[in-house]
Design a binder for this molecule. Structure first.
Ligand code: NAP
Length: 486
């Protein structure tokens, strides 16, 4: 006969805060006292239906549980035990949250059905009801309170805040993709104004390649951990931090590298909260590249209806977002790509005129379309002459990156020939003002929600395989974004 256990409680925190913790299927080792250590098998996301969490209890028992359903709309998830040293059979549990009508509190309902060996019904029912559910309610309350205390300006840091072990991908000597090797490290306890994040998905950007190659040594002293962005959940916060609590789903984008890590501590100023609709993987694939597209189109290109925009690497991470968004703004979008497959995807993302070239020959084709009012150039030196030749009178050349090598010095006497302007932006400078990163990130999430940009294809690698991700990015074979799963 199936046993049934039902427990419910009221938690003194808003539903989104409670759900932020509970929707993460791997968060329980951070808040439930009975759980010793937990991991998601196979590098899957911890909110991916079907993922399996494998964990040990403090009493030494081992359990593997699978996430069966997860609904952000209903604030509900269902999971089952697939293997356990505890004799709980056919165990299926459901967690449901509902807002209490005063808005600031949450009703939490937790129930399960399971079978037991004969004679163990009562013992196991008590264990689930008291040891798991009722204790869990109390533990989560304490977890949320710890975050609340830390939010109070001037309050003391949590006494348990210690450096935390983490895995990372580290460069010991500058070089090719193999220079990036897995390593153990520590994430410092958050100091004043800092947040420590359990990172689930890490964005790979072409800039990370420059750092690994040693093109900007002051920014990546050796040994160094590259990576400028990631998404995950807040573990703890330092004194003086307001607005973040343990369990909050966040993304971070920082001008200081170090994101290729499973846990990272960094200034709260570089962190943004994620809306419920934006998964960690989506955020890691989109944040830096989307904010860059926002800077390119809004601030530098001033792209509007009729602007002829030339985007190089149009099927790349930044490229696809810039094409789609510019098209929505009414621009005529011209792109270069190196293969027919990339051309197809670029067209799907709004690039109307696609030029397929591997050797940076495009100026003639662009001039036949009237020349480019704005050029988004992540190519660098190999395309120098062609870019200038493709530029329209009074055009603006944005030198965004240098995938082919650093751009040679540019003379004002060259620009005057077309009354052209030139800029060499760094996206982080456009996010440095207080609130600027959050504002730009909001525009990216809104653009995704209203269809101005479409989800790009995402290539996933484990953090351990970061060198493979770099090799792929440099091969010119990738379409869309690359992310690492920690
Ligand atoms: N300044 C900033 O703040 C900022 C911020 C973000 C990105 N960026 C720059 O924007 C550019 C795009 O970045 P991303 O991360 O989205 O990368 P990406 O575009 O996904 O990948 C780079 C692309 O560059 C093209 N490419 C052309 N020649 C290449 C070569 N010799 N080696 C490798 N790739 C080559 C390839 O596309 P094809 O094969 O189709 O030509 C390749 O797919 C990069 O230059 C990056 O540095 C700058």
């Amino acid at each position: 006969m199936l046993q049934k256990v039902v427990r419910s409680t009221i938690i003194d925190a808003p539903i989104e805060r409670v759900w932020a913790v509970l929707r993460d299927f791997n968060s329980h080792d951070q808040w439930h006292d009975v759980v010793d250590a937990s991991r998601i098998e196979g590098g899957e996301r911890s909110d991916q239906v079907g993922c399996v969490r494998s964990f040990t209890l403090k009493d030494g028992n081992r359990i593997r549980e699978q996430l069966i359903t997860l609904s952000d709309r209903e604030h509900k998830s269902t999971y089952c035990i697939v293997e356990a040293t505890v004799p709980l059979q056919r165990y299926v549990a459901t967690v449901t949250l509902k807002p209490v009508t005063d808005g600031g509190r949450t009703f939490w309902h937790w129930e399960s059905t399971f079978a037991t060996p004969p004679g163990m019904e009562r013992e196991l029912r008590d264990m689930v009801a008291t040891g798991v559910y009722e204790a869990g309610f109390e533990n989560l309350r304490r977890h949320l309170r710890a975050g609340a205390d830390l939010r109070t300006p001037g309050s003391a840091p949590m006494p348990t805040a210690l450096p935390m072990p983490m895995r990372c991908a580290r460069v010991r000597a500058y070089g090719g993709p193999d220079a990036l090797q897995p390593a153990d490290g520590e994430a410092a306890a958050p100091g004043p104004g800092e947040v420590r994040i359990r990172q689930r998905a890490i964005g790979v950007n072409y800039f990370d390649v420059y750092l690994r190659k040693g093109w900007i040594p002051p920014l990546l002293p050796l040994p160094g951990v590259p990576g400028m962005e990631a998404a995950g959940t807040v573990l703890d916060v330092g004194p003086g931090v307001s607005g973040y609590m343990p369990g909050d789903r966040v993304a971070a984008m920082s001008p200081v590298p170090g994101a290729y890590a499973s846990v990272r501590t960094l200034p709260a100023a570089h962190v943004v909260r994620l809306p419920a609709a934006v998964e960690a993987e989506t955020a890691a694939a989109l944040l830096l590249k989307g904010v860059t597209a926002d800077m390119l189109l809004r601030d530098l290109g001033r792209v509007r209806a009729g602007t002829r925009l030339l985007v190089h690497a149009a099927a790349g991470g930044v490229g696809l977002l810039a094409c789609a968004w510019a098209r929505r703004l009414g621009a005529t979008v011209i792109g270069t790509v190196s293969s027919e497959e990339k051309a197809r995807v670029a067209r799907e993302h709004g690039c109307q005129h696609v030029i397929v070239t591997r050797d940076y020959r495009f100026a003639e084709a662009v001039q036949q379309l009237g020349g480019a009012d704005v050029i988004v150039d992540g190519l660098g030196d190999a395309a120098f002459e062609e870019n200038f030749a493709a530029l329209a009178r009074c055009g603006h050349w944005i030198s965004l990156g240098q995938a082919t090598g650093g751009l040679r010095p540019l003379s004002p006497d060259l620009l005057v020939q077309k009354s052209a302007t030139f800029s060499r932006p760094v996206v982080f400078d456009f996010c440095a003002a207080p609130g600027a990163l959050a504002e730009r990130a909001e525009r990216v999430w809104a653009a995704l929600a209203d269809g101005s940009i479409r989800m790009p294809p995402i290539e996933r690698y484990t953090l351990e395989a970061a060198s493979q991700a770099h090799a792929r990015l440099e091969s010119r074979g990738t379409i869309g974004s690359l992310i690492l799963i920690a």
